[in-house]
Design a protein around this ligand. Structure first.
Ligand SMILES: Nc1ncnc2c1ncn2[C@@H]1O[C@H](COP(=O)(O)OP(=O)(O)OP(=O)(O)O)[C@@H](O)[C@H]1O
Length: 361
């Protein structure tokens, strides 16, 4: 993680490492443009996340019935699962305008005061990556959320004065990939917290069919299933893979996507049947072929694949762990039986276990 002088996590390193990966869950430039067109516009169009959808529907309907501004909403979950989309839906359902900003963009309390003081009554303020806001801004937000008021500090040192500023009622929608990193006083000020889960393959198939319709791409059920299975439970990745498969289909198959075309296209882009890409497979391959499945230290594994330690730890490993292919143990990284099966390799016999512990951290 990268920290700047204000103590806020800039995330630059992570973004840099992720940007050229087709299976990265973060948005890239191309996504930003296309995503706007593919975003569901209301709760009915929003696929999956049944619990969050049902609960949020109640929160919004009740607020509308009371003629009140909706309670503050916290959405937590991995990148690309639909937090921004849901915040826009909240604004649309409340027939309110939306302002979008992010934690890293708010480095000074003054930045936040400027945004808050220009909100209209009932407006939705979407604050992405809320866990990356600076501490002074965070403290200002406590009062704004609770009392719709902020104290703007004018001057410095003993002569500094706090000027109270009344705010119109607004709805804060905070998004975070790590709800656990939020200080409890901030977490407690949200009236509703929704945790977004990874999507089931059948849900991603629905996302793909919907997007294919909007992009005017012909795709059959099996083609959609093939892409869904490689999308790592994430709609953003599903939409991105669909676009790459569409390119392939246009060049090779008159634009029609079926299972064979989807599989062939994703072979070209090196995304395998389980959604692993070149980096994931290099890490797993080294762990199995060079170190007999481990345990092996992270640094040794990183050198073996020619990557930075952080790249292996933060970019490749989370998905491998989630898929049950790799385990992080106190003695080092260990491959699971599923990893051997996935790469079509046979685990060494028991005798080879004498190697364990040979490989340093
Ligand atoms: N439930 C869903 N149904 C249909 N499409 C979805 C759904 N969730 C997300 N998408 C699509 O996935 C893409 C990414 O969604 P979104 O930008 O809302 O994710 P996010 O969680 O805010 O990601 P980040 O945290 O990286 O900003 C968008 O194109 C959106 O249309």
């Amino acid at each position: 993680m990268n920290w700047d002088e204000t103590g806020a996590d800039t995330g630059e390193l992570e973004d840099e490492r992720l940007e050229d990966r087709l299976v990265a869950a973060g948005a890239d430039g191309e996504d930003t443009a296309v995503e706007a067109a593919l975003r569901p516009k209301d709760l009915h169009e929003f696929v999956g996340q049944e619990k969050v959808r049902e609960q949020l529907d109640l929160v919004l309907k009740a607020a509308r019935a009371r003629g009140a501004t909706a309670d503050h909403v916290l959405l937590s979950g991995a990148p690309g699962l639909g937090k921004t989309t849901l915040s826009m839906i909240i604004a649309a359902e409340m027939e309110a305008p939306i302002r979008i900003t992010s934690g890293p963009a708010i480095q000074h309390a003054g930045d936040l005061a400027a945004i808050l003081s220009s909100l209209q009554e009932g407006e939705v303020l979407f604050l992405d990556e809320i866990h990356r806001m600076s501490r002074p801004a965070e403290e200002m937000l406590y009062m704004a959320m609770e009392d719709f008021r902020v104290d703007v500090i004018v001057g410095k040192g003993p002569g500094a004065t706090a000027i109270p500023l009344e705010l119109p009622p607004f709805t804060l929608v905070g998004a975070t990939t790590r709800a656990g990193l939020l200080p409890p006083p901030l977490r407690d000020r949200f009236g509703f917290t929704g945790h977004m889960e990874f999507y089931a393959p059948t849900e991603l198939e629905r996302v793909i069919h919907r997007s294919a319709g909007l992009l005017d791409v012909a795709i059959d059920t099996e083609g959609a299933a093939e892409i869904a299975g490689r999308s790592r439970g994430t709609p953003r990745i599903a939409n991105r893979l669909l676009r790459r498969v569409r390119d392939y289909a246009q060049v090779k198959a008159e634009g029609r996507i079926d299972r064979d075309i989807a599989a062939a296209a994703l072979r070209v882009y090196e995304v395998d049947a389980r959604g692993l890409d070149r980096l994931d497979r290099a890490v797993l391959g080294a762990l199995l072929k060079l170190f007999g499945g481990g345990p092996v230290g992270l640094s040794t594994l990183a050198v073996a694949v020619g990557e930075e330690r952080e790249t292996v730890e933060e970019v490749a490993e989370p998905f491998l762990v989630r898929e049950g292919l790799l385990a992080r143990t106190p003695r080092g990284r260990v491959a699971t039986p599923a990893a051997w099966a996935h790469l079509g390799l046979v685990p060494p016999q028991h005798g080879a276990k004498g190697q364990q512990g040979l490989f340093g951290a």
